[in-house]
Design a protein around this ligand. Structure first.
Ligand code: HEC
Length: 168
């Protein structure tokens, strides 16, 4: 009788162990299956009917021509250029170089893709403030989007900084 009891106990414990193992395996497997999206990898479109709280609407890069017509709402004051320079140093220097001269002056650009010279007079003339603002918040062909890292306002400050660079 004693053996029957022990055998039953053993079977119950074994079944519990197997079920526990299944939970553990599925749990850890699910964790590795979860998609990981790094910041700047994608720009998500807002679901329909959602109203953003703060911040401005970010037009996707496919609508760059619309975004290019947006006027710069921020006056290119010394304070604006200072903020722009500070943000540029944080986010843009790795690829565009400390003076926005492009090429391979940025450390990352040597391993990535040489960037255009943003101080180039021809380019400066060709591009509107809105176009560059759109480039910063929505990204380029390979350039990552900074709409999630920077407020729209900060992107305008950077544009003012880039304009100030060319004037020197
Ligand atoms: C990972 C590297 C990388 C970083 C970081 C980066 N860029 Fe770029 N950027 C590029 C490349 C490469 C191009 C060339 C166009 C393309 O392929 O997207 C470019 C193009 C541009 C252009 C468009 C020039 C034109 O009119 O054709 C602007 C403006 C610009 N970058 C500004 C910025 C600013 C401002 C930041 C910081 C917020 C920044 N970039 C950060 C790589 C980068």
């Amino acid at each position: 009788m004693k053996y029957v009891f022990l055998l039953t106990l053993l079977m119950v414990v074994a079944a519990g162990g197997v079920m526990g193992a299944v939970v553990v395996v599925r749990w850890s497997d699910n964790m590795t299956q979860t998609p990981r999206i790094v910041p700047g990898e994608r720009v998500f479109t807002m679901p329909a009917g959602i109203v953003p709280r703060g911040g401005d609407l970010i037009l996707p890069k496919e609508q760059r021509d619309v975004a290019a017509k947006q006027p710069n709402p921020i006056k290119a004051s010394g304070a604006s250029v200072t903020v722009g320079r500070e943000r540029f140093q944080t986010f843009c220097v790795p690829c565009h170089g400390p003076e926005a001269k492009g090429g391979t002056t940025g450390l990352v650009a040597t391993k990535f893709i040489p960037t255009p010279d943003l101080t180039n007079a021809e380019l400066q003339k060709q591009r509107t403030d809105g176009y560059w603002h759109s480039y910063i918040v929505a990204g380029g062909a390979v350039m990552p989007a900074y709409g999630e890292a920077l407020a729209s306002e900060e992107a305008w400050h950077i544009v003012n900084y880039l304009r100030a660079l060319a004037q020197r």
